[in-house]
Design a protein around this ligand. Structure first.
Ligand SMILES: Nc1ncnc2c1ncn2[C@@H]1O[C@H](COP(=O)(O)OP(=O)(O)OP(=O)(O)O)[C@@H](O)[C@H]1O
Length: 238
């Protein structure tokens, strides 16, 4: 079977909540085997876009393709995601939380130990996840998303609460993941981090995709990525 060029395509995607249109005509192209960074200020529409891709929200118009096929629920079996913070049992440890998910997904027991090591939670012991720091919760969320080794990983602001070592480890992990041919889509408002991590970026502002393409191209003609980003995200503001 041929691998499609794009793991995700959104086709004129739009979403309205009541009278407010928060996503306007968004055509996202997320290349297979690359890290795509969806950038934008608070309220730009990043989480809404990810929710639409995952089928947690219904588009008002437009559509989503996953792996070269029109969106279907069963295609989500190839997707791992973390959105709106981790969904976990607060009274269970990291290992127990992962075990519950692994069992529900019919995975072998050793996947839990490997995942704990992978996300830096092997030393978390029996501590209840409800008492984790924000960074530990982010690590657990990443672990849950990675459990099935999905072809496509979708993470909403995965750096939140991570310390510098955690951010470094996450970056290496996501780069390696894409290096193995898998696709990663992350949302972020941390320009510097996306600069170090992403192959391709999309800049959302006011629900509109203002730029999509390689970082270098966005930066061309500006002194820094920051200058280019501010130009895009301030242009058109009242
Ligand atoms: N369920 C909802 N009902 C009404 N408005 C909503 C709803 N969800 C999101 N919005 C609005 O849609 C817009 C985009 O929100 P969204 O959470 O997608 O932005 P974001 O880019 O992820 O922001 P942040 O970086 O702050 O997480 C905001 O104006 C928000 O208030």
């Amino acid at each position: 079977m041929n691998t499609p060029d794009f793991a995700i395509i959104t086709d004129h995607l739009a979403k309205r909540f009541g009278k407010a249109t928060v996503i306007h005509d968004v055509n996202l192209h997320v290349p297979t085997g690359q890290v795509y960074g969806l950038l934008g200020p608070n309220g730009a529409g990043k989480s809404t876009t990810l929710g639409l891709i995952l089928g947690l929200l219904q588009p008002t118009s437009g559509g989503v393709e996953l792996f070269g096929q029109p969106w279907r629920r069963d295609l989500l079996g190839r997707v791992g995601a973390s959105l709106n913070g981790p969904a976990f049992y607060g009274h269970l440890s990291a290992a127990e939380n992962l075990e519950v998910h692994a069992r529900l997904l019919g995975l072998k027991a050793d996947v839990v130990r490997r995942t704990l090591e992978r996300v830096g939670l092997a030393g978390a012991g029996g501590k209840a996840a409800g008492q984790f720091s924000t960074g530990m919760k982010s690590r657990l969320a990443l672990g849950m998303a990675l459990l099935t080794e999905p072809d496509l990983l979708i993470l909403d602001e995965p750096q939140n609460g991570l310390d510098p070592e955690g951010i470094y480890a996450l970056r290496q992990q996501l780069r390696d993941y894409a290096g193995a041919g898998k696709t990663v889509l992350i949302s972020s408002h941390q320009l510097g981090e996306v600069q170090q991590l992403a192959d391709v970026i999309g800049v959302l502002h006011g629900g509109t995709l203002r730029y999509q393409g390689p970082l270098a191209q966005l930066q061309a003609g500006y002194d820094s990525l920051e200058d280019a980003y501010f130009h895009l995200t301030r242009a058109g503001q009242a």
